[in-house]
Design a protein around this ligand. Structure first.
Ligand code: URP
Ligand code: ZN
Ligand code: ZN
Ligand code: ZN
Length: 460
């Protein structure tokens, strides 16, 4: 049975038009003005609503163990949060055991996600070490539809040497893959934590002081110099400061291709939250940390100017009670990460589009189309055009609300965005032509499918 959406305004990264849209058998079949209903069509009046391509979150940690504790959410609960918020596809991080193979890791992530996920999904493969076995599996990953990789310059259990990063870059370039790196100088983070905690500076106030902007910018600079040597276009995940972005601009000026991702929390929250009452600051402990208001303003300027390519969440949820509280007496013991997959679209609409900072077209580019292009999913996803998968968000620009943990779908016991007022709301969410969420409620769960991605568009 076909569904005909009548009277809405279809928005892409390049413009908007009031047109009807027919979808059937997972695909957008027809777009045009005054489409007539066929017998049996379900006709839905979407006048006054925007039709947006389903949002894609290229940075989630739906289900992981950080070495001490498991995330509060998992593929089931995180993905329910995704679809009620309008996110129909995610790319998670698959992370192998040390000494393990990429093939086994991929199988493990498939097993975690299969039949339990309510949005479509893929993974970036994490390279936490570099050896002949891992190198030989890079082409295999591409064949399996995993065309992007992740490495770390911080976290002792995940980071590799610069030599390993450089060798991986050469291997990824050969396969036309995409590399993203967590950029923080791990040695400096360790030294600063040791110094601060040794001096008795254990409250959350000291978390951002243990990971200052120089620690991030130095890693970004080193990464980009290595990428220049390797001749590889690269992605920077969760970029959070002016100094890091200045390094990117220098690289771009010398002709390098660099993709930049930032996250909603760096745009709408700031480091004063680490000085909240009691242990409230624990709710905001993530890496890189929340930054100054000056950094936040600089990031917005560069979202607007286009120097920042994409916005994803780094969704990684730990409960406040019992999990964040592991660091009550020492900020460095607080599990790192913030929940966010559910709230990215509404935050970007409310604090980006509704405030007049960005257009809705720009929001579509940042949260959907550019991500689809960068990660080998375009035009199946990222755009509403005939032949594309019918991942559609019917967006009500009149919606008004307040973000609250009480009403969220995610299982985690708090939200860092508690009490923030919102404008606009996802009225209906279609995943490959099926209504999966409506007005904040899951209508049909567990419909998510693995996305076999092609190679990245390095030029987009
Ligand atoms: O604090 C964070 N971001 N935790 C998740 C892992 C990462 O660094 O991306
Ligand atoms: Zn990271
Ligand atoms: Zn992350
Ligand atoms: Zn290419």
């Amino acid at each position: 049975m076909a569904i005909l959406l009548k009277g809405g305004t279809i928005v892409s990264a390049s413009g908007r038009r009031q047109l009807d849209l027919r979808m059937e058998a997972e695909i957008i079949q027809e777009i045009g003005s005054d489409l007539a209903a066929n017998p049996g069509d379900q006709v839905i009046d979407v006048q006054g609503q925007f039709l947006l391509p389903g949002f894609i979150d290229a940075h989630t940690h739906f289900e992981l163990n950080n070495g001490v504790t498991d995330t509060a959410d998992n593929f089931t609960t995180s993905s329910r949060g995704a679809i009620v918020g309008g996110t129909t596809s995610i790319i998670d991080f698959a992370t192998p055991e040390r000494g393990g193979t990429l093939r086994d890791c991929l199988a493990e992530w498939h097993q975690m996600a299969e039949r339990k996920t309510s949005c479509d999904y893929s993974y970036h493969m994490s390279l936490i070490e570099w050896n002949q076995q891992i190198a030989s599996e890079v082409p295999l990953m591409i064949e399996e539809g995993i065309s992007s990789f992740k490495m770390y310059m911080a976290y002792d259990n995940l980071r590799t040497s610069d030599g390993a990063i450089f060798e991986a870059m050469l291997a990824i370039r050969k396969e036309h893959g995409m590399l993203g790196i967590h950029c923080e100088n791990g040695d400096m983070v360790n030294e600063l934590i040791k110094k601060l905690v040794g001096e008795g500076h254990v409250s959350t106030h000291y978390h951002p002081l243990s990971r200052p902007d120089s620690v991030e910018a130095e890693a970004v600079e080193r990464y980009l110099m290595m990428a220049d040597l390797a001749g590889l276009p690269v992605n920077i995940v969760h970029l959070s400061t002016q100094r890091s972005l200045e390094s990117v601009k220098r690289a771009r000026d010398r002709g390098q291709k660099v993709f930049v991702e930032t996250c909603p929390h760096y745009l709408v929250l700031d480091d004063q939250l680490y000085d909240g009452p009691g242990f409230e600051g624990g709710k905001y402990v993530c890496s890189p940390p929340l930054r100054s208001k000056a950094d936040q303003a600089y990031l917005w300027d560069n979202v607007i100017s286009g120097e920042i390519d994409t916005i994803s969440t780094d969704h990684c949820s730990f409960n406040f009670k019992g999990q964040k509280e592991l660091g009550l007496l020492d900020f460095s013991k607080i599990p790192n990460g913030l929940p966010g997959v559910e709230t990215r679209p509404i935050l970007m609409y409310s604090y980006g589009v509704a405030t007049g900072r960005i257009t809705l077209e720009k929001m579509v580019a940042l949260l959907s189309e550019k991500i689809a292009r960068q990660f080998g999913m375009f035009p199946q996803k990222g755009i509403l055009q005939v032949g594309s998968q019918a991942d559609i968000v019917v967006w009500n620009p009149q919606g008004k609300g307040v973000i609250s943990a009480k009403t969220q779908e995610q299982a985690v016991d708090y939200t860092p965005f508690e009490g923030m007022e919102t404008v606009g709301s996802p009225r209906q969410v279609y995943l490959r032509g099926q209504l999966v969420a409506e007005n904040g409620k899951v209508i049909l769960g567990n419909q998510g499918r693995f996305i076999h991605r092609g190679t990245s568009d390095w030029t987009c």
